[in-house]
Design a protein around this ligand. Structure first.
Ligand code: NAD
Ligand code: ZN
Length: 355
């Protein structure tokens, strides 16, 4: 069976396109009482970007903190805050920030129209009702969260996305100028998330011409960004992120993402850096990708944390292995149908012990 999938219907791209956000939203301000909620990564509070938000009277500015990756409990609190602010549903939610702020915006827009806790919807196609209109403005490029049908959340029992067609943004505004000011390490880690999406998609057993077309272009752009010098490298990285997201949308990620989920669940390691840490130990599975990744690290003088798992209890190590191996489609994409024979608990544990 082929999957029939939705994508983001409206996209604006270009330097300064953020200036048109007000016009885009105006079409969705349906009545005198309608209001927008601006979900803004709190790193921008007091910065010029905050002053550039096209706020209208009645709109809500909702700063969000992403020191921890989004948790279901945090989403539930934010939804309650919006309901307390105004009993009427907002006309739109605008998420401004990196993958974390974008995922928060997605999850809020879903939970405003679906009852219960966000933890109830972690899984595939559990969302019943269409979301509130929601828009993304990425300020960090690489995750592909702007184009994906998931909002990744850490819940009480698992780290798993709310995957549904309703999760997709209705509109994205890709303005490369907003990437200015990202700290270099973060720029690299999130950019490598994209590079690793490409490598895992292109080298997986689920690969097909659709995913290959997007993955190859994304990989080419990543090489230009991380191995060459270009004045428009922010434009390139923003499109690499989008194309990488489109590639995995119709294939899958692989071993590195599975292992990074274990690191994240047990140690709270963030997605981009977690992918970098895991990828560096996967030379057996992705030899060319890992070699090129190391050249990119060297070129940008990036060093990764080591000995992360050295002091961990057996129980914590086993939980990490279980978390990683539960991601069946990722392993099947990476190693094929007989992946369980190849990636035993012992082999997985041995990889984690090296980290
Ligand atoms: P992030 O959103 O967690 O942000 C990382 C740091 O960069 C934060 O401190 C943030 O405040 C800061 N930041 C963001 N933009 C900035 C800017 N322009 N200037 C200065 N600082 C800035 O990082 P990320 O790597 O983009 O996202 C990771 C998150 O995305 C994780 O929660 C992960 O689970 C999620 N994710 C989602 C998908 C998806 O498809 N939905 C895919 C991959 C990752
Ligand atoms: Zn990723």
């Amino acid at each position: 069976m082929y999957r029939n999938f939705s994508i983001v219907p409206k996209i604006m791209f270009g330097r300064g396109s953020f200036n048109q956000l007000g016009d885009i939203l105006a079409e969705h301000r349906t009545g005198p009482d309608s209001y927008m909620v601006f979900v803004l990564d709190d790193v921008f509070i007091g910065k010029p970007l905050e002053g550039r938000l096209p706020l209208q009277p009645g709109d809500m500015l909702l700063p969000v903190n992403v020191d921890d990756e989004p948790k279901t409990s945090y989403i539930d609190q934010l939804v309650a805050k919006i309901r307390a602010y105004n009993g009427v549903q907002p006309a739109g939610i605008v998420g401004i920030g990196g993958g974390s702020a974008m995922d928060i915006a997605k999850a809020i827009s879903l939970l405003l129209t679906n009852p219960g806790s966000s933890a109830d919807y972690q899984g595939w196609d559990l969302i019943k009702n269409p979301s509130v209109y929601h828009v993304a403005v990425p300020t960090l490029a690489g995750t592909g969260a702007e184009i994906s049908r998931t909002a990744i959340l850490t819940g009480p029992v698992k780290k798993l996305g709310i995957n549904s067609d309703h999760t997709l943004f209705h509109q994205i505004v890709l303005d490369p100028l907003l990437l200015a000011g990202v700290p270099k390490d973060q720029w690299f880690y999130t950019g490598m998330d994209c590079y690793i999406h490409d490598i895992e998609s292109l080298n997986g057993t689920y690969i097909n011409e659709f995913s290959k077309a997007y993955g190859e272009k994304s990989l080419e752009l990543c090489r230009q960004v991380f191995l060459e010098d270009h004045p428009d490298s922010d434009d390139k990285l923003m499109m690499a992120s989008y194309f990488g997201g489109m590639s995995i949308a119709y294939s899958q990620v692989g071993a590195c993402h599975a292992l990074s989920y274990g690191l994240s669940y047990v140690l709270g390691v963030h997605h981009g850096i977690g992918c970098c840490i895991a990828f560096d130990y996967l030379e057996d599975i992705y030899p060319e990708g890992v070699a090129e990744f190391r050249r990119m690290m060297a070129r940008h003088d990036i060093s990764l944390p080591r000995n992360l798992t050295a002091g961990l209890s057996d129980e914590a190590m086993q939980l990490m292995v279980t978390t990683a191996l539960n991601l069946v489609p990722l392993w099947e994409n990476c190693l094929g149908k007989d992946w369980q024979q190849q990636m035993t608990r012992e082999r997985c544990l041995a990889i984690y012990r090296r980290m």
